[in-house]
Design a binder for this molecule. Sequence first.
Ligand SMILES: Nc1ncnc2c1ncn2[C@@H]1O[C@H](COP(=O)(O)OP(=O)(O)OP(=O)(O)O)[C@@H](O)[C@H]1O
Length: 265
Amino acid sequence: MNDMRIVERDVDITENKITARGVQVYYGTNHALKDVDVDILDKTVTAFIGPSGCGKSTFLRCLNRMNDTVASARVEGEILLEGENIYDPKVDPVQLRAKVGMVFQKPNPFPKSIYDNVAYGPKIHGLTRNKAELDEIVEKSLRRAAIWNEVKDRLDASGTGLSGGQQQRLCIARAVATNPEVLLMDEPCSALDPIATAQVEELIDELRSQYSVVIVTHSMQQAARVSQKTAFFHLGHLVEYGETGQIFTNPQDPRTESYITGRIG
Ligand SMILES: Nc1ncnc2c1ncn2[C@@H]1O[C@H](COP(=O)(O)OP(=O)(O)OP(=O)(O)O)[C@@H](O)[C@H]1O
């Protein structure tokens, strides 16, 4: 793949956060993802785009072993997080998911207080020694998710009582509370109105100063607005990966061109 060579040439290898090589995913006999190679960079937003059913979410879920929870799913190949194989039997998937956090399509706060939603991860992973440290992490995470000012006076209120956009930012606060290295977002704005979408997109841009962010989106406009790198998937193949501007203005593969010009979808 030409674009892989461009990335390898232009980017200092130390900036690589995740390296995937020869990744195959099967659901029973359905070969859903075929021989995917990609380098996901640190402090970068990478968008996964492509028509429905092409394997975007499947690949995203490989990156924190969420596919482990699907009985029929089988993953082959190699996925390295900072050089370590995340599928090594020694790796605890729960610990992995603290390092590679995930935000889902539909905001899914726990039916607990706003405070407890954010405190949950640091508590189960033993990241704090006392209440003062936990308070500090909760505040820092809510600030990072740009929702602190809206909730600071009602931290004991239920997370499920917030608006959809606030719930999604609360879920982002929950994901960053365990100090992850990578944030995976599966269509994080699809249940949000345009104002909440704009807020979350702005937040994604801010988050990239600290994390490697990977976002699955159906919206090419969103991919163009928020990402620096884009990967185009089609029928289980990663067809093209490169600079977002280049993918949208000068795609190298005719399938990418057909998709971005609306001829396949
Ligand atoms: N839990 C599952 N069990 C069985 N097959 C699945 C499962 N999840 C996905 N698949 C299959 O894997 C293929 C890729 O699906 P996937 O959800 O990854 O695509 P996608 O590009 O994210 O699609 P969409 O944009 O519609 O969400 C499809 O053929 C789908 O039917």
